[in-house]
Design a protein around this ligand. Structure first.
Ligand SMILES: CC(C)(COP(=O)(O)OP(=O)(O)OC[C@H]1O[C@@H](n2cnc3c(N)ncnc32)[C@H](O)[C@@H]1OP(=O)(O)O)[C@@H](O)C(=O)NCCC(=O)NCCS
Length: 195
């Protein structure tokens, strides 16, 4: 399923994306994408999930608990299993996979709750509202599906992602989990009520 993003009510950063996109038509920003859409992958797209997840781990390992070396060794079967754990949303910019956001559930979780995972935007697209568009699209879908609580974990020190999540109303739950084997030292759980 692919959803073309409607640009009716736009946040400041989404509006900036539009302006950059408009600017391309008059030649002042040569590399801005002209189309962004969000695609939900199916299990047979496992190689696309693998490719973008490995790009994220290679580009910005500090944001994640896993590593490029570990996930590069995963088998096809292991990637296919990711589709029983969650739904994987890809941001496609001018036909190229350029962003990722997963929606997952723990086994005992109700259908009204979920986690967000693996958020990543390709460096060339950053600071233009791409993550905001991806997040807004996914949250709108979750709200429409009856989800009322969205959780995520963020590693200590990731202030850029913290700014983004706080902008969307996520609040830290003051339950830091210590991670002695990770350079970040701890992670924080954040919560958003979708009312
Ligand atoms: C975090 C990330 C997804 C943001 O993507 P993005 O497309 O650049 O984000 P947006 O352009 O939609 O920005 C939305 C908000 O995020 C915050 N933000 C984004 N980039 C920022 C920066 N460099 N410095 C400070 N705040 C920033 C701002 O609050 C911004 O709102 P504003 O533009 O009104 O100031 C991207 O930087 C990324 O992929 N980082 C590496 C992976 C990562 O950290 N993932 C999160 C795991 S928990």
């Amino acid at each position: 399923m692919a959803v073309e993003l409607k640009r009716g009510v736009l946040s400041q950063s989404e509006w900036r994306w539009c302006q950059r996109s408009e600017a391309r038509h008059i030649g002042s920003v040569a590399d801005s994408p002209t189309s962004l859409r969000v695609k939900v992958l199916t299990e047979d797209d496992w190689a696309r999930l693998r490719a973008i997840r490995l790009s994220a781990l290679q580009n910005y390992p500090a944001a994640f608990l896993s590593s490029y070396q570990l996930e590069k060794s995963y088998s096809e079967q292991r990637w296919r299993q990711e589709f029983s754990r969650g739904t994987w949303n890809i941001l496609v910019a001018d036909g190229e996979d350029a962003g990722l956001l997963g929606v997952t559930r723990e086994q005992a979780m109700s259908l009204q709750e979920c986690y967000l995972e693996y958020l990543w935007i390709a460096p060339d697209l950053r600071r233009s509202g791409a993550a905001s568009m991806l997040l807004r699209t996914v949250l709108n879908r979750l709200r429409a599906a009856g989800v009322h609580t969205v959780w995520l974990y963020i590693l200590n020190g990731n202030q850029v992602a913290m700014n983004l999540y706080q902008k969307f109303g996520f609040q830290t739950t003051n339950e830091p989990q210590l991670l002695p084997d990770h350079p970040a030292g701890s992670e924080h759980r954040m919560k958003l009520r979708l009312d």
